[in-house]
Design a protein around this ligand. Structure first.
Ligand SMILES: *Cc1c(COP(=O)(O)O)cnc(C)c1O
Length: 407
């Protein structure tokens, strides 16, 4: 079962069940056990000196460099990311974002960040990176001409992408954006949490580094925080060195939970994508809904690129209410009984969250803003569709939306 003995041409589902399960790590059980240990005991001083000199993955040295439980998960993530030479694990998705940016940027450098990036990514750019002397400009990832001009003029060392965009779900032309970055010798990094490598092969589509919050689909059960970044040889080496310098390590218990989630990720994603498409279609027909923001829908502006570049989706999308009252979103989610109200997503249980994407945009308009100056904003809700029966979720949403009719 070790990497080298693997039969050629296995399908993705099969690889997902086998990846990272080396016999030297699993022993006689199916999953790599939770290997707790900070200290490794050497048989002799000569062995200690040999181990210390070799800074290899999969080589026990000291707990901060991980042990079989973490190596097994990292190797599995590498094997499902086409084009990756290695994967670094971080204690959260946000730590992974920091790990990627700090690995490629130095004081005096410039970063371009997609305007619809996850808000903590923006905050890291305007906070930590600004303090380090890195200048960030935000760009509209749907305006390719303006982006190309900006890359030429601003000369960034790195470009940060996320597709679909956070909260508002715009799919952008990642291969084109990454190609322009590469032409100008900028590193392209993508937050690929929404699709995961099962839905979007980021490195094969031209990105240099693919990061994910494993707290979402990989964990899948809302009980673990973790992040990852995968890359080809050159960038993997940088990511790994920076993570070691920062002392990043994940607990073996959490790594075992994430690895367990990973085995079922494909079937969970397929089920929640199917259910989400159904629910999004139903929402689009409701009089209380102004617009559904979901690239799974055939008439969504991002659907053509979704069809071209993605091999799968997930259960996360948003919708805008046909109301001027910003408190309406709170009333709808309060009236739901099957949806939890909470941050995060990608778990087996459905969640609903009132959102205000316009407060996080500085370049591109948010679809929650009425066009024209002085236009008002609309209340909106993000749904993470889990594994419940979609009929039950639709009935729950119907009850929630009915709240708006009784005012
Ligand atoms: C949740 C999330 C993160 C951060 O992950 P944590 O594990 O919560 O730190 C990063 N990017 C996206 C798109 C996310 O949704």
């Amino acid at each position: 079962m070790s990497g080298g003995d693997e039969p050629e041409g296995l399908g993705e589902s099969t690889r997902l069940t086998r990846a990272g399960r080396r016999p030297e790590w699993t022993g006689r059980v199916v999953n790599t056990p939770v290997w707790r240990g900070s200290t490794h005991l050497y048989a002799s001083d000569a062995e200690r000196r040999r181990a210390g000199g070799r800074d290899h993955d999969g080589q026990f040295f000291y707990g901060r460099r991980g042990a079989p439980t973490q190596w097994s998960l990292a190797e599995a993530l590498t094997k499902i990311e086409p084009g990756a030479a290695g994967t670094v694990l971080y204690p959260s998705g946000v730590a992974a974002i920091a790990g990627c940016l700090l690995a490629v940027l130095s004081p005096g450098d410039r970063l371009l960040m997609s305007d619809n990036a996850y808000d903590p990514s923006r905050s890291m750019a305007t906070g930590l990176l600004a303090r380090m002397g890195v200048e960030t400009r935000f760009f509209d990832p749907l305006d390719l001409a303006a982006y190309a001009a900006l890359v030429g003029e601003f000369r960034p060392q790195a470009v940060w992408l996320e597709s679909p965009g956070s909260l508002t779900m715009e799919v952008c032309d990642v291969p084109e954006l990454a190609a322009v970055a590469r032409k100008h010798e900028a590193v392209s990094i993508i937050d690929n949490t929404w699709a995961s490598p099962l839905g979007f092969a980021a490195l094969e589509h031209g990105c240099d580094i693919a990061m994910m919050s494993l707290s979402k689909h990989v964990g899948g059960h809302s009980d673990v925080m973790m992040g990852s970044a995968s890359a080809g040889d050159a960038f993997y080496a940088k990511l790994r060195r920076t993570a070691q310098e920062l002392g990043q390590v994940v607990s073996p218990d959490d790594a075992a939970l994430a690895a367990r989630g990973l085995r079922t990720m494909k079937v969970r994603l397929e089920a929640s994508t199917k259910s989400a498409a159904r629910i999004a279609e139903w929402l689009a027909d409701q009089p209380q809904v102004e617009r559904v923001l979901c690239p799974l829908l055939p008439d969504d502006p991002g659907h053509a690129l979704y069809r071209r570049d993605f091999t799968g989706g997930c259960g996360l999308f948003s919708f805008i209410l046909a109301s001027d009252d910003m408190k309406a979103a709170g009333r709808v989610v309060d009236a739901l009984s099957l949806f939890g109200i909470g941050y995060s997503w990608g778990g087996y249980e459905s969640l609903a969250l009132p959102i205000t994407p316009h407060v996080h945009r500085t370049v591109m308009p948010s679809p929650t803003q009425a066009p024209g100056s002085g236009g008002g904003t609309r209340p909106a809700i993000r749904l993470s569709i889990g594994l419940e029966d979609s009929e039950d979720l639709i009935a729950d949403l119907a009850r929630g939306l009915a709240q708006l009719d009784t005012e």
